[in-house]
Design a protein. Structure first.
Lengths: 414, 414
């Protein structure tokens, strides 16, 4: 079944608001084994809307439209729908009562003549009930294409999509195929390397596809299996997933929707170890990400953002000789910071970061992106030098990700 | 000039990743007085891409395409572009050298055979240089329509859009009207309050429009003046801007693209004061945002993320009585933290935060969102209790914004 989506609204086409409905609809339908072929967005302009409806109607079996059903003058989807399908706009009594009822129920909404505008529905169409708002949706069939019209408010749209639109569509899909998907999250190798590691796993001819998506600095690998029944799809996916995990080894820090921060948090909970941080160039970013996770107070003791040298010596008891001889951005300073914060705080693991995020403070031998990360624990202290590329923000992001990934790898082995 | 955008990628059409490029391009073009008529998105399917290019090419004078120029097998935009415009794909030596050069420059990226794929460019097209990545873009003219192809990585795309695509388009727009815009950034009042404060400023009939866009927790007010010549537009805008600034007073923390962090940083540089932070519930987020700004080491001494009570007593010399009598989340603890970090670090200003981000650790009298912020300086110490609404992430974000805004207001008066 060829399905398209259409988002209507000046705020979308002007870039004032990001269109999230398109993605929500696509993801929700995909779970039903239904793919979106095309997504289109146009502004609040009747001719543009009519043109979009005609074009999508021509190439699709179903079009899901959101936006432009509000009470104000710039909401003209209903009229455009009527025009493009050769219908008349008439007051729908059920819709009118719904608008009245909801208007009384919902605060800050006066019942004004405009209210009736939301009750104007094209003839020969069925209502899509809206449990969460005033605007009723409607659907109609035109030249063999089902068209579903819903308001753009995400919460209203989603309820109507799940309760009316999807059941209506799935009931009409001839022996629909089952789709199962599995996601692996990767940190370390670049896109090309991941692609090479996974070479030959995808078998489109057997309904097994593979998508690689870079969401800096992480990479999302999504395996998608399509088959005639759920069992076949699951089996197809299982085999491919196992192979992918085996190939990617410990580059894969999590599966599904679990982020790096949550993966690290889970390991700290399992190992019941405690952590303290000493950050210089990352300026608190690592502490921030550790404490993003609820319950982090269970294993995170403290984070010291020792930006000034005096803070390094006072808070981390770092020998001034080290700062004078090697400088604050040095392997020696990094390990002294890691050992210092571990000792002072009494944590099991002390992790420290010092480097040059730039653009200031760079030099020949220490360009922007020079970062030393050190991990101190009961079984030793290790320090690595990294050379990250990018702007200040990217360098700090890579510093935090690399530190978290190092913690993850250390905890996995203990 | 009729301009359309096309986003290519399975991750977009499957709802895995939200398409932000479409909005970025639309907003950037609008500042040049150019409107997007249609936005289209399709997956990594050659036939769908060709169909989209044909359809948009038919109705547009220019099409801006993003995505599908990567090195992997599922990147097929170049081939689709060649097919749909009747061109051949050939190795472009300039592009090949660029890929090689960038591959060496960017770390974690091996030069593999895949590299040459990114150097395959349709014949009779011009390159769009990519200063930030391996994939060159290209543009061509087909049946009277300009087509611009760029990679989907937002940072790479935006640079190419501004440096090559927009100058190319604007140079070809016949006597376009002048548009000037001015943006004010607001923190404090809600959208409805801002709307009321600015009542009557917009005069659409005279080409002066006003856009209010909520980007939590800040509000962007954009005034846009459209006239036949630059002078008229500037004059129209000036008067309205002055009035808006007068109405919004100190709710307005910056204008244009300057963020809250930069506004605060500028004030610290002017006043040559120093800052130290003691954070509990915000977990390093405020330090992170202060140090996001290059040169922050000039005024930021240290940030202590004192998550555990022992860290509070040891690092901030807080009397254990205070913790026992009033608890860590209390006005007394907040002011002790602010005074403590100021004294220990020798900073001019000590700012401290303690509260409950939730969902854990909540109680009857201290629900999630209870946050105490304290500012200690030479002329006194002030502590305020806030009750923020939202999830853990939103509460922490509001805590950081409110703290930064307080620093801004304090520095403005000194």
């Amino acid at each position: 079944m060829r399905i398209s989506t259409l988002s209507i609204g000046d705020e979308l086409i002007c870039g004032e608001v990001t269109d999230t409905n398109a993605g929500t609809i696509a993801a929700t339908l995909l779970n039903e084994g239904l793919r979106i072929q095309r997504h289109l967005a146009v502004g609040d302009n009747e001719q543009d809307i009519i043109g979009a409806l005609n074009d999508l109607g021509r190439i699709s079996d179903a079009v899901i439209i959101t936006g432009g059903l509000g009470p104000t003058a710039d909401d003209m989807t209903s009229r455009a729908a009527a025009r493009s399908t050769g219908r008349r706009l008439i007051i729908n009594e059920v819709a009118r009562n719904h608008v009245r009822r909801m208007s009384e129920k919902l605060e800050n909404l006066i019942v004004c003549p405009l209210g009736d505008k939301q009750a104007m529905i094209p003839t020969k169409s069925a209502l899509i009930p809206n449990p969460n708002g005033t605007a009723c949706g409607f659907h109609l069939m035109h030249n063999g294409c089902f068209m579903f019209f819903m308001p753009g408010v995400p919460s209203e749209m989603l309820a109507m999509l799940k309760e009316t639109v999807i059941p209506f569509i799935t009931a009409r899909v001839p022996q629909k195929r089952s789709i199962r998907s599995f996601t692996l999250n990767i940190f370390g190798p670049c896109e090309a390397e991941v692609d090479e590691l996974l070479l030959g796993i995808a078998k489109p001819e057997h309904g097994l596809t593979l998508g690689i998506c870079v969401t800096f600095p992480s990479i999302r690998v999504t395996l998608r299996a399509e088959a005639e029944n759920p069992e076949a799809a699951t089996g197809l996916l299982q085999a491919a997933s196992d192979l992918a995990i085996e190939r990617l080894k410990d580059y894969c820090y999590s599966t599904g929707e679990t982020g790096m921060d949550e993966a690290v948090a889970a390991l700290f909970r399992e190992n019941s170890m405690t952590l303290s941080l000493a950050e210089s160039c990352s300026g608190g970013l690592i502490s921030k990400r550790i404490t993003d996770i609820p319950g982090s107070s269970g294993y995170f003791l403290e984070g010291l953002v020792t930006y000034s040298n005096s803070a390094k010596t006072r808070l981390l008891e770092i020998d001034t000789d080290i700062l004078n001889r090697y400088g604050a951005v040095s392997s020696e300073c990094a390990s002294a910071m890691a050992k210092g914060v571990r000792k002072c705080s009494g944590a099991d693991i002390g992790l420290a970061v010092t480097g040059i995020a730039g653009p200031n403070g760079v030099s020949e031998e220490k360009p922007a992106g020079t970062v030393f990360i050190s991990l101190a624990a009961s079984d030793g202290c290790w320090t690595k030098r990294f050379q990250f590329n990018g702007n200040r923000d990217e360098i700090r992001t890579l510093t935090a990700w690399t530190s978290l990934d190092w913690l993850r790898r250390y905890l996995l082995k203990h």
